[in-house]
Unconditional design. Sequence first.
Length: 525
Amino acid sequence: MKDNFYITTPIYYTNWIPHIGHAYSTIIADTIARYQKISWRNVKFSTWVDENSQKAVLEAEKLDMKVMPYLDVMAGKHKWVWDGLKINYTDFIRTTEKRHHEFVRSVLQTSFDKWDIYQWEYEWMYCVWCEWFKKDDDLVYLNKETNETFPISDKVKVTENIIKVCPDHLKTPDIIKEKNYFFKLSAYEDKLLEYYENNPEFVVPSDRFNEVIAFTKRGLEDFSISRETNKFGIKLPFDEEQVTYVWYDALFNYLTVCQNWDEDFWPANLHVVGKDIIRFHAIYWPAMLLSAWYELPKQILTTWFFTVDGQKISKSIWNIIDPVDFSEKYSKDLLTLYLLCSFNIWQDWDFDQYQAVLAYNAKLANNLGNLVNRVVVLTLKLNLENGLTWEIDIDIKNKLDSYINNYNKSIESYNLKEALETSFSFLDDINKYVDTNEPWKLIKDESKREEVINIFFTISESLRQVWMNLYSFFPEKMWELFTKIWLENYSEQLEDWKLEELRSKEEIFMIKEKWEALFLRFELD
Ligand code: MSP
């Protein structure tokens, strides 16, 4: 009986076409989903677009389009990007879908009936671009003449040229005076702290979790969940003059896709989110779920940010790297390898095409590619007959066992960088083993044939294991490889969740003809 595994990407706004930073979270989720699938789990992998936002309405206005046709185009573009990157999602949902509206309205009603939602009139600053309320402390001063910013703590006098702006968007927030509905987050402080204590891995990496805990301990404020001036969105079931915005609307997406009567995927095993939205996922979201009587997600993986040439990725400075263009220029494998192996997820990094090519050439073209070539040449020279017996080198066997152990630990804890690094470091060991044993010299001596056969099978068994582990990262190339070496039904068997079974097989593979290098080196412009 298979366990269910449910993983989600962040909910992307549709006023953007996904860029390299968005592709990062999605490729992480896709890789984890594939690993879970081949490891005998029933996988649900959902991705989405966050459509009921004020930003989208403004973008549509700018383009002189009606909102819905604009959103249709943008949802199509998002799908096009994920399909272009061969992302294997099982659900793609839009927040404008009817099933989502109905579900959100039912949860809102549940929390309203429980007195967790109440009405209040207030005045606040609001940044449309963040879709978030701002306090004075959240802003910076901008000198409009020099374009310099400086902290609000400087207590400078506001003039025509010196204005208070949102630090991320450099725009003056709107002043909003409205009667809104609020969610009683303050009532959930103790329950949240109790959940954090009982689930010490709820948010990873742990530094981010500590911040969440400290923030909660300082005391939680209720937050607004509706707008009276916005007209585009999901109407509150208990006050049709208002629409929900951001929180109920976006977050409950994660549950809308779990409403099929014949599936049971909630609670989610993993939400992958960026560091800017961790507070909402680790504090607001669980509180809203508790209020509506749902179980809480098991874990949240937080990623940091990419910059391009040291700058925040932004439409206005046009430093967006299109992930599909990039993987067409090089390859999807190069993109995956660079994103997943070169960066720690708990740090901001600069996306550097030069480094991406270097990493690919070193790890896939040289380290793995060369070893594969060596095996091809060796096996063609050996001209192997069927029914051979062979013994794996004991030292390599120990290394292999410890490698598989480390790989399993890393990937099961969603540490993809470590899973890849441990694979490449094991390949280094194999390359060294080949260098030391020099089978191409031994082969010239007929009396050493048995020894060479053992060396060959030691390498090939090691490679077979590495390939299966790399399958979650580079499925197409591994598929191609399995076919070339006459382990033809491997990919199908993996897709049929048979990783463990295949791992324990002692399998011989055949190479019948020389082939082109698997991973071609890229020259740097
Ligand atoms: N729709 C909201 C989330 C609502 S949750 C209630 C949103 N959307 S977003 O499109 O702006 O961002 C989606 C995800 O992309 C976030 O997790 C964000 O951290 C991530 N990234 C956006 N820019 C990024 C980089 N430059 N680098 C890495 N991740 C980045 O926020």
